[in-house]
Design a protein around this ligand. Structure first.
Ligand code: ATP
Ligand code: MG
Length: 421
């Protein structure tokens, strides 16, 4: 019987992997330009880490996590990470890296797991590239992260996604806003979805983030959080916006954007694209000044982002479908002598960094040319008894169909010089 993969867990085939590699390589380049260092954290963590950091009343913790017990009944419940920030902060606190130097700029990439309804741009195993700047409370680092993302999208020629910005205030000003919003929501409770109605007392801000049309309508004229910022939060937010204006990064304010994590404060942001259907968010993040402390560390601020690689790849592939590239050279050999000459040559060329392909079993020249074509080889070297006797092999450029003879004596240097790769 055929065994299939799991719903929402997808394979990424070579045609598509090229865009993934481009996204990852460009991310590593930009992140290192901005002086972020990679951290690799486990995929499995104690469930408590996520319920405490993301928040008990969020969609992720309420219904989307893959949680299970380990074999030993006494062990804590475990969860496949639904996002990366919690693990990075846990590692930062647990290793006490802040004792040596509290300011750390860290990035990660890898799979995340959320049991959501799979659709275009939404999977149960998906991938994120994310970064966290810990130990910096100033608005310049918020702006730095936004500029980093801006530069990244621009380097990938993705200029369409647009930036939305909000400030969620802080422990000083949010409670008053929360109370005002709660008052507003109580009056509109009839229009809210069951989920939001159930949670408004504990987490009223979530209602602003709900995608249900009823909730969007019912909260259309909700009080704006931006209007209720305290002087310090307003100043912080003003500086972030000034830095964006000065560097020419366009943005719009969205006072409804509250994001999914309970610990967010001050700056929050989202990059959205109109080309992704309802899964419009490509990258998102914000400031989380209380998180390190909530996870048992000192009061150290932080700000970060996470970017969805699947959605980025959808945009990249819509931009210009990239041709999968084949080997630089295909060696078509005929006869035992041809084979015994071709095999060690292929090895020497590969050692020099050329990508080379050749058959292992005897085939007609015609069928080998067909295969070279199918593999999208950029050139083909032909060798048989005749060529070996004459001391010359034939090199065919598959793009312009030009053929030339190369002397056996210096075939290796000639191929390397031609950069057939
Ligand atoms: P959405 O509003 O689309 O559900 P989110 O607010 O849950 O996004 P975050 O937790 O901020 O997303 O994650 C950051 C990014 O990761 C998102 O902007 C998106 O690009 C990507 N992402 C989140 N969930 C998924 C998923 N289930 N499948 C694919 N990508 C995802
Ligand atoms: Mg979500």
């Amino acid at each position: 019987m055929k065994i299939t993969g799991i719903k929402g867990f997808s394979d990424v085939f070579p045609e598509e992997v090229e865009s993934w590699q481009l996204a990852e390589a460009e991310a590593r380049r930009i992140l290192s330009v901005y002086n972020f260092a990679e951290i690799r954290i486990p995929i499995l963590e104690k469930t408590e880490l996520f319920s405490r950091s993301i928040g008990e009343t969020t969609d992720i913790v309420e219904k989307e996590m893959y949680t299970f017990g380990d074999r030993d009944d006494n062990d804590a419940l475990l969860t496949l990470r639904p996002e990366g920030t919690a693990g990075v902060v846990r590692a930062y606190v647990e290793s006490e890296m802040y004792k040596f130097e509290p300011v750390r700029k860290l990035y990660y990439m890898g799979p995340m797991f959320r049991r959501e309804r799979p659709q275009k741009g939404r999977l149960r195993q998906f991938h994120q590239i994310g970064a966290e700047a810990l130990g910096r409370g100033d608005p310049f680092i918020d702006a730095e992260i936004l500029l980093l993302l801006h530069d990244y999208l621009e380097a990938l020629q993705l200029t369409e996604p647009s930036l939305q910005l909000n400030s969620l205030g802080c422990a000083d000003c949010r409670p008053a806003y929360r109370a005002r919003l709660l008052e507003f929501l109580r009056q509109r409770a009839a229009g809210l979805c069951d989920n939001c109605r159930r949670r408004i007392e504990r987490n009223p801000l979530r209602a602003l983030d709900c995608k249900e049309p009823g909730c969007i309508a019912a909260t259309a004229d909700a009080p704006s959080i931006i209007d209720g910022l305290c002087a310090a939060c307003r100043e912080h937010f003003d500086v972030v916006q000034r830095l964006l204006r000065e560097t020419g990064v366009a943005y719009s304010l969205n006072p409804r954007m509250v994001r999914g994590l309970d610990y967010y404060c001050r700056t929050t942001f989202e990059w959205t694209s109109t080309r992704l259907g309802s899964q419009s968010a490509v990258a998102a993040g914000g400031r989380y000044d209380g998180l390190v402390e909530a996870l048992g560390g000192p009061a150290i601020p932080g700000v970060g982002f996470a970017l969805g690689v699947e959605r980025l790849v959808l945009l990249l592939r819509a931009l210009e479908p990239r041709e999968a590239t084949g080997p630089g050279l295909f060696i078509a050999w005929v006869g035992v002598n041809g084979r015994d000459w071709a095999f060690p040559l292929a090895h020497r060329l590969r050692q020099k960094g050329l990508s080379v392909e050749l058959e292992g079993e005897a085939r007609s020249l015609k069928s080998q040319m067909r295969r070279a074509d199918k593999l999208k080889a950029r050139s083909v070297l032909m060798v048989g008894d005749d060529e070996l006797q004459k001391g010359k092999v034939i090199l065919r450029n598959m793009a312009n169909k030009q053929q030339e003879e190369i002397s056996l004596a210096n075939v290796e240097t000639a191929l390397l010089a031609k950069k057939v790769d």
